[in-house]
Design a protein around this ligand. Sequence first.
Ligand code: GLC
Length: 737
Amino acid sequence: MGKVFTHLKLLLIYCFIIPYVSFSQDTNVEGKINDIISKMTIKEKVGQLSQFSASLNPSLDIIKKGEVGSFLGIRGAYIINQFQKAAVEQSRLSIPLIIGSDVIHGYKTTFPVPLASASSWDTSLIRESARIAAMEASLDGIKWTFAPMVDITHDPRWGRIVEGAGEDPFLGSAVSGALVRGFQGDSLNDLLSLAACSKHYVAYGAAEAGREYNTTDLSERSLREIYLLPHKAAVDAGVATIMSAFNSLNGIPASANYHTLTEILKSEWGFKGFVVSDWNSIGELINHGIAVDKKEAALKGFTAGVDMEMIGDSTSGDTYPSNLPLLVAEGKIPISRIDESVRRILRVKFKLGLFDHPYTDTAKIKSIMLSREDRDSTALKLAEESIVLLKNNSGVLPLSNNIKSIAVIGPLADDNTDPLGPWANTPQPERVVTVLNGINKKFSSTVKINYVLGCSISDDDTSHFGEAVNAAVNSEMVIFVAGESSFMSGEAGSRTNLNLPGVQEDLLKRIYSAGKHVVLVLMNGRPLTINWEKENIDAILECWFLGDQSGNAVANILSGDYNPSGKLTITFPRSVGQIPIYYNYLNTGRPPIEEDRFTSKYLDMPNTPLFPFGFGLSYTTFKFDNMDIQKQKLGKKKINIVSIDVTNSGNMPGTEIAQLYLHKISSGVSRPVKELKGFQRIFLNPGETKKINFSITPGMLESYNTEMIKTIEPGKYDVMIGGSSDEVVSGSFEIVN
Ligand code: GLC
């Protein structure tokens, strides 16, 4: 009982006390803020609400006049210290600037893209990668990152799927909290910390047809049970800022949505940081058709709850600086509302220590940050853990020690740019270990490596096919490295066709006909409809874009030096026609029955995915059994404990990711057939068994009832635990009133 109470106490501290401690209103700071605001002119106040990009070629004059509070797009301690000097030493009130940047998956060290690192399910390593990114960015004068991107999506046509943690709100929330804690450290005031920014608020990933910037229309239930959850996790982790999104949300653009920005975020959740718009997303309210001009756009965005405008480039121009003073003068915006937003921004600047230490002290940061080697080894470890083994027939992997020759073929084999993925902040291709580099380093002392490019990623040139097939014929086996370019995903990277682009599959089929074992190494920013490959190719590694250490990670997997442990956090469809397809679907009134036409299915394809959420193979095998549910019946406020034995039933040490799913069998509202509610990474030696426990807390059983009130409904709950969403051991328990 004592243990359970401690557990619950920690839970309460984590959820309800730390956020306010980490982002509470420190009375001393609030007093200073009040004092500053009392001295500010309206132009200086609106200046704090304005973020300029470097593309506007800002002069130091505007800084000295105190008419800008933040910049993005500038980097380097020297230049940033110059800008900061103009603000702190040459403006009337010496308010420091806050410099922001998209530090999404690394700064100088490029880590795997977020969809890759989420596949590691290793939240502590993900947190460490964010910490390293924060160190490197701080050294360059950056103090604010526009990350984590926490958008949940069910649509792999949408290019920004690469930037998030996939389709599940529970996993997405765990990753969101880990990234915020990594970026912000134990204290925002730390020289190595960045203010984080949970984006894009909210439901940007629900874009219709997976088309970038497109309309989203969803129920309040979906909003609260899916899309808001990772943002709430960020707020609970003490995130300093939130970025409002481009998309229209139920008819009201997210950057002018009072319900989400003020009623939920600021009132219901008590968020004390500030909201920044996305790039010109206030000005775009005109295109959305809810503002006739920039003045109305500024009025609607600001009053909805967007505190700071991220101004676009010179073509789009600004809305806040030119219009908020007018709107105040006309009485359309009370000065108290302006002051509230200024307060939020100054609060973050105080928490960051910008008033106490505004200048970047590179010598001091260099003396306390991790070494290059330590940063690289974290990048390698995360890259290894991000790789998902999708297929491994006839034990082709790990590669045998007796192999004498390997053909390495494909457009991404020796590519040192695309593996950095979209949003690489400071791409340094010269630092990237390509797959070919990695394979040469690992194997060339005993194996002859025959490299042929074979084809490009996207054009239709087949003139090098012969050369590639020859290499395959003259080698014992083939490693084919294919996928997407990094521009085929990320922002404005939507695709309607999810096959391998260009002639890559044609070349692979020609190579396949040579009759050698083939390993497909995929580097891509989204699930791909690789049906033929799954059917015919011996082994498939989903590597996503792994960053600097790509080649070393792939080589370590190929050799077995690292036993793959990654699990998919996004469903792979067989066809675009199945989208949206995800694991936590509703059962419908007519679940599919093979022999019954009149059930929920297609005429031409099974409902099942190509690869399901949570799936990933290992070089060993794992067994789950002896599930024990502590209480078969319990009250809704009690904690239940479910235990299960996990055994390494193969002959290699390896890590399994045990996933806990729950399902409310009958409820006032249809519930998903299963919902991820916990996961644990377990390392096991061959033959070893570990009993693991999952606590099932009341919070895990909560859902919104028909009146949209969060409740725990009495009745039976299925419990499922396994190494993939489609391979679980089941049990059940009952909640009695
Ligand atoms: C972009 C993105 C946003 C990014 C911002 C600044 O349009 O939507 O994620 O942080 O502009 O680069």
